[in-house]
Design a protein around this ligand. Structure first.
Ligand code: NDP
Length: 308
């Protein structure tokens, strides 16, 4: 019997587990297509894992979500349904699934607390992704209720780090900033950003996720989902300045105020995690993690996801 099997093992989050859990089984879509029940059962029969960390998902920025509402729905609902059903059938002792704070209702009360997760429609830009994640939470909860399965769910906020997606049209905030500044420097031109840069956002370094996951595996056995992100807030403008300092970018940074800035704040509440005994000092320092990510990008460029 294998100790831990990790789906989504080739993704940004999955890759971050490899130094913490070198002996886990890491699954990518090339190994098994998790949308196919037969392949999922073959995988579970082959590895017979004691514990499962389910990270696999069709993930994307606003554009990919909007352009692929149907396939995001199908892929995610099938993967989640098959993986948790196999966990039940193959008597997995504990399964940890990954949600996201971006699946909370569009009209939430801030900071985002776990009890609000089903209290209204998610933002229209990612509604099928959000609803399939919410169903993952429902599946975990209902399997616990009917079959006694120890299935838990965690919700990270914005993640960043090595192996992120740097596609400019479809990436998240930090990879988009890093690529824009770096390529503007290469081309000796100014860098333009949408809005005024004032919105505050929370970010968690992806390399914290394996430690938090192992902490939850040891200490959390509740049907309620749990927010796990670092709740320190930083303005987008400040991140742009930090990245620009790192790359010694000398051209102009232009804020296009004709474009939307986004909601001013979207804070989340991680007090449940802290009450469980997670020390906030265990989160990586934002500035150091940003520098690590810039360094990695510079070295790997252009062979990074979303560019090649
Ligand atoms: P990535 O896009 O980097 O990785 C996705 C993973 O899912 C890859 O390993 C991919 O395999 C696998 N996968 C996709 N489709 C299939 C399939 N049909 N069969 C088998 N495997 C498949 O995502 P992240 O690492 O960023 O995200 C991991 C988890 O964290 C997700 O559940 C996501 O929702 C959650 N999350 C991420 C956040 C972020 O900021 N990135 C924030 C909050 C939550 P392959 O490489 O072969 O395609």
């Amino acid at each position: 019997m294998n100790e831990v099997l990790i789906t989504g093992g080739s993704g940004m989050v999955g890759a971050s587990f490899k130094s913490t859990l070198p002996n886990a089984i890491y699954i990518s879509s090339k190994d098994f297509d998790l949308r196919e029940k037969e392949q999922v059962y073959t995988m579970f029969a082959a590895y017979n894992p004691k514990r499962v960390i389910h990270l696999a998902s069709r993930v994307g920025g606003v554009l990919a979500n909007m352009n692929n509402l149907g396939s995001f729905y199908y892929d995610n609902i099938m993967m989640n349904t098959n993986v948790l059903e196999a966990c039940r059938v193959f008597k997995v002792e504990k399964a940890l699934s990954c949600l996201s704070t971006c699946i909370y209702p569009d009209k939430s009360t801030y900071p985002l607390t776990e009890d609000q997760i089903h209290n209204g429609s998610p933002h229209s830009s990612n509604y099928t992704y959000a609803y399939t994640k919410r169903m993952l939470e429902i599946q975990s909860r209902s399997y616990r209720h009917q079959y006694g399965c120890n299935f838990i769910c965690m919700s990270p906020n914005n993640l960043f780090g090595k192996y992120d997606n740097f596609d400019l049209e479809d990436s998240h905030v930090i990879p988009a900033i890093i690529r824009k500044i770096y390529e503007s420097k290469l081309k000796n031109k100014d860098a333009m950003f949408w809005g005024d840069g004032e919105p505050l956002r929370e970010f968690t370094y992806v390399e914290d996720i394996p430690h938090i996951s192992m902490f939850l595996m040891e200490n959390y056995d509740s049907p309620e989902p749990i927010n796990i992100g670092n709740t320190g807030e930083i303005a987008i403008r400040e991140i742009v300045n930090k990245v620009s300092d790192y790359f010694k970018f000398k051209n102009k940074i232009i804020w296009d105020r004709t474009k939307p800035s986004g909601r001013l704040r979207k804070p989340s509440d991680n007090s449940k995690l802290l009450n469980l005994g997670w020390d906030p000092k265990n989160y990586s320092d934002f500035d150091e993690s940003l520098v690590e990510t810039c360094k990695w990008f510079e070295k790997a460029y252009p062979k990074v996801r979303g560019i090649e």
